[in-house]
Design a protein around this ligand. Structure first.
Ligand SMILES: *Cc1c(COP(=O)(O)O)cnc(C)c1O
Length: 378
């Protein structure tokens, strides 16, 4: 008799190696950030962005934690919207990429999902059929992103065509998206706001303009709905300043362990490609995290990391399972906790060092990382 069981029967929790990286999701911080968004929204309704598995935080967990704090949710794809319904979410759900066929429109209608129409081919595809209850639709106006959406010139005709579809409620809601609201130069966003207002004067449905940066920095943008994403997760929506400037708390904390400490001699090089040369004999720590867990491979020498509560830095190249850190002047021993980012180190600092943004770090956490959901501080 063998005690081998089929692989799918071995649950993640049984298989946890205690040394492996752990992602802690703090729902109290999430709710705190939603309260901040609620306050700055000044009566406008909140559509929480939970696309991409809620920026890597777990879509069902996040949506359930926020369901009594926000007015609706926003996802990118129809499948994500259906997953929200299957998770028991009954609020309004906006689907940014909308539908591309009658079959998809029927799926959206069946689940009361609200598709965005951003391209004429979607209106063509839905055609003149009905779907039982008509769809509540959103029409996307391109005011400057030049990625998806109808141009101001195309807009009136698209609005009329969408309104006339049997399967869609007349007078669709209207949205636009800011390209540069995270940057210090305000002119591009002010122009987008003006163009939106000029183009939609005849529209009687609901409107929505703001992402997190727009919500925080452009209070005059207006709209019935705002669409915060990154701020809910405690990331800084701007390229300057910090999330703490806006009283936002980190929701995601990534920790792991120090698994070895060694002395490297002056002139010896550390890791693949020998990208770090010890300037003097020095202690080096080996940390159980790597790009196989979602830690950014491009994090260079000097990327901040917290070892046993003390700020240290990455040295040498990040590999699949391991990162090496500088232990000069740091009290640490094997088994100590290492925080890659979270409540002791803003994710934005790590993202900046690695040449990316917090959004990407959050989204790219791998399935190898153990997840723990907690409620720490509100
Ligand atoms: C993702 C997304 C948002 C949320 O953006 P944040 O910068 O995370 O606040 C809002 N609107 C649209 C159209 C999006 O795609």
């Amino acid at each position: 008799m063998s005690d081998l069981r089929p692989l799918q029967e071995i649950t993640h929790t049984e298989a946890i190696d205690l040394r492996r990286p752990e992602l802690t999701i703090d729902l109290a911080a999430l709710r705190h950030n939603a309260a901040v968004a609620r306050q700055v929204a000044k009566g406008r309704k909140l559509l929480a962005a939970v696309k991409a598995d809620a920026y890597g935080h777990g879509m069902a967990t996040v949506a359930r934690a926020l369901r009594d704090r926000v007015d609706g949710f926003m996802v990118a794809t129809l499948g994500e919207g259906e997953a929200l319904r299957l998770a028991g979410i009954t609020q309004r759900v906006l689907v940014l990429q909308g539908v591309m066929s009658q079959a998809e429109a029927r799926r959206a209608a069946r689940r009361f999902l609200e598709p965005v129409f951003h391209h004429a081919s979607q209106i063509d595809a839905v055609g003149t059929v009905g779907f039982g209850l008509p769809l509540t639709a959103w029409l996307k106006l391109d005011t400057g992103m030049h990625r998806v959406g109808f141009t101001p010139e195309e807009f009136a005709q698209a609005y009329a065509r969408l309104s006339a579809l049997r399967g869609v409620r007349p007078n669709p809601n209207v949205l636009t998206h800011f390209a540069c609201a995270d940057e210090p130069d305000r002119a591009p966003t002010d122009d987008q706001i003006t163009l939106f207002k000029q183009t939609t004067t005849e529209c009687s449905g609901e409107t929505s303009l703001c992402n997190s940066a727009g919500l925080l920095a452009y209070p005059h943008a207006g709209g019935d709905w705002v669409r915060p994403g990154i701020m809910l997760y405690g990331g800084n929506p701007f390229i300057t300043g910090t999330a703490a400037d806006w009283d936002l708390k980190p929701v995601m904390t990534l920790t792991t362990q120090l698994i070895a400490v060694r002395e490297v001699q002056a002139g010896e090089r550390v890791g693949y490609g020998g990208k770090f040369t010890a300037p003097a004999t020095m202690p080096v720590g080996v940390v159980s995290i790597g790009y196989g867990d979602g830690y950014p491979r491009h994090a260079p020498n000097g990327t901040p990391i917290v070892v046993n509560g003390q700020r240290s830095q990455v040295i040498g190249r990040v590999s699949m399972d391991l990162v090496t850190v500088d232990l000069r002047g740091i009290q640490a021993q094997v088994g100590d906790t290492v925080q890659c980012w979270g409540d002791q180190l803003p994710i934005d600092e790590v993202a900046q060092a690695a040449g990316t943004i917090s959004y990407e770090l959050m989204c790219q956490m791998s399935g190898r990382v153990t997840r723990r959901v907690v409620e720490v501080s509100e």
